[in-house]
Ligand binder design. Structure first.
Ligand SMILES: [Zn+2]
Length: 494
């Protein structure tokens, strides 16, 4: 045990989680977690690749001693508490972050991101299991990730959760009250979690990293209060004020309606980071000068996007707000857009802000969540024929060009390769069969090309699913309908 603890203490010092003078204190905090009174310092060390390996050894000791019940959730909560022994208090981290930010926002985010990984709040060992690749498509280079980092739920934890009395603290996994929370059946262990307060539109917001980092420096900006997502003028103000403070990050907001929104609608939040998605570099099809200093570009992208840009933040907000108000009420039967049916509102916007080349940018993605008899999951939602690859909501991250695909696809793609090469058919392939038969007949498959060609074909299905979420196609019908929307916007602006 001593060798493991000493190795962990050295790791914490090397990673700048603490200073050498904190060593004895931190060691004693670890011993307290392990309910150990005795200790003999040692020069022995253990070898490891991920810090999680050291933590796992300490969890094993706690399980053996009978102080930790052996489920994944309990282990996660316990090892977060172990790592918290090295963490600065929130006020100290905020102070360091602010001091660095005054110098350069890049230094501040570098420090915070590094700490979030070093503290094992971002579980790097799990993230590294994800399968990620890039595919060149007509719209640009799309990112594909097969998400293997979210561990399967432990059945013992599920059984317990079903019997537990439901509590309301913290209200959800995004709430600021998660900071330092030990963990419960409905909320992950967050002892080592830290958040940084921000002022956006004069309101209290908080900055943190996503524990699942789908792309570089994937951050979350959450509202201080637990209130539902709402896309409005304030959304644009908050997004643009954030990129003004952190010009090296983009920040986007999911839409505020089911089907076209993200997975959490109950707590207003944004996602951003230090990453350039294919959408950021999409080709411009047509440009419109909407006001003296606000330009609008129609992007060549599977979803329907209008990019506003201006050197003036305030006029950009005014124009974006006008467009949102026009769109909320907008009907166009030619492209099946109805703002309201049976008292339900359907039109909303996914928005993404950037600061580039001394200009503020706001990408407005037109969304509609109406359903019909033929499309009960949504008219502007991936069609049934692509569900074998992707059937979940197309939220902000997918909109920008990163497919987050379910873990099952890793084994299924292995089986697909066997099928394409020699016709071996597995039960795993049932949902893919029709598509695979077509692929096998229409292309040549060899051991050398199967990996790359299959990855490309999977990406093509994802892009097709994105196109189903688009409202305006790039053909005569789509172009005429899009021009009609622009005319309505221009008419409202003057
Ligand atoms: Zn919440």
């Amino acid at each position: 045990m001593e060798a493991i603890i000493e190795t962990l203490l050295e790791y914490a010092i090397e990673q700048h989680l603490m200073e050498p003078t904190d060593r004895i204190y931190a060691r004693n905090r670890i011993l307290a977690c392990l309910k150990e009174e005795d200790y003999t310092p040692t020069d022995q060390r253990v070898s490891y690749h991920y810090v999680s390996e050291l933590l796992q050894m300490l969890c094993d000791i706690a399980v053996k001693k009978g102080i930790l019940e052996d489920t994944l959730r309990n282990r996660d909560a316990f090892d977060s508490q172990l790592m918290n022994c090295f963490m600065p208090r929130p006020s100290e981290m905020i102070h360091t972050f602010e001091t660095k930010k005054n110098n350069s926002p890049i230094l501040a985010t570098n420090y915070f991101y590094h700490t979030s990984i070093a503290s094992n709040y971002i579980r790097k060992d799990r993230i590294d299991k994800n399968v990620s690749y890039k595919v060149n498509t007509e719209y640009g280079i799309m990112d594909i990730t097969i998400n293997l980092s979210k561990p399967e739920k432990d059945p013992r934890d599920i059984a317990k959760a079903s019997k537990s009395v439901s509590t309301s603290y913290p209200s959800c996994v995004l709430c600021k009250e998660c900071e330092g929370y030990y963990g419960s059946l409905r909320c992950d262990g967050r002892s080592n979690h830290r958040i940084i307060p921000l002022k956006l539109n004069g309101e209290d917001w908080f900055f943190q990293y996503s524990p699942y980092v789908y792309y570089n420096e994937h951050c979350i900006v959450l509202k201080g209060e637990h209130v539902p997502m709402k896309t409005c003028r304030k959304t644009f103000i908050r997004l643009l004020e954030f990129v003004e403070q952190f010009p090296h990050y983009f920040l986007g907001s999911n839409a505020d309606l089911p089907i076209v929104g993200g997975s959490i609608l109950s707590h207003d939040h944004f996602q951003g980071g230090n990453y350039e998605f294919a959408m950021a570099n999409a080709k411009v099809v047509q440009s419109f000068q909407l006001t003296e200093d606000v330009r609008a570009d129609r992007l060549f992208w599977p979803l329907s996007v209008l990019r506003l840009s201006s050197v003036q933040k305030e006029t950009l907000i005014d124009v974006a707000d006008t467009i949102l108000q026009v769109w909320r009420q907008y009907d166009d039967p030619a492209v099946e857009v109805y703002a309201k049916t049976d008292g339900q509102m359907h039109n909303t916007i996914t928005s993404i802000a950037r600061y580039r080349n001394n200009r503020y940018e706001l990408d407005l993605v037109f969304r509609n969540n109406r359903t019909s008899k033929e499309h009960p999951m949504g008219i502007f939602h991936p069609d049934e024929k692509v569900h074998h690859i992707k059937k979940e909501n197309i939220g902000l991250i997918e909109v920008m060009g990163l497919a987050v695909l379910p873990a099952r696809l890793k084994t299924e793609m292995q089986a697909m390769k066997d099928y394409l090469l020699d016709g071996t058919c597995s039960d795993l392939l049932d949902s893919h069969l029709e598509w695979l038969q077509n692929l096998q007949q229409s292309m040549t498959w060899t051991k050398e090309n199967v990996e790359e060609q299959l990855q490309e074909e999977v990406a093509r299905v994802f892009v097709e699913g994105l196109r189903h979420c688009g409202i305006y196609s790039f053909d005569e019908k789509g172009d005429i309908a899009f021009q009609k929307l622009i005319d309505t916007i221009e008419g409202t602006l003057t």
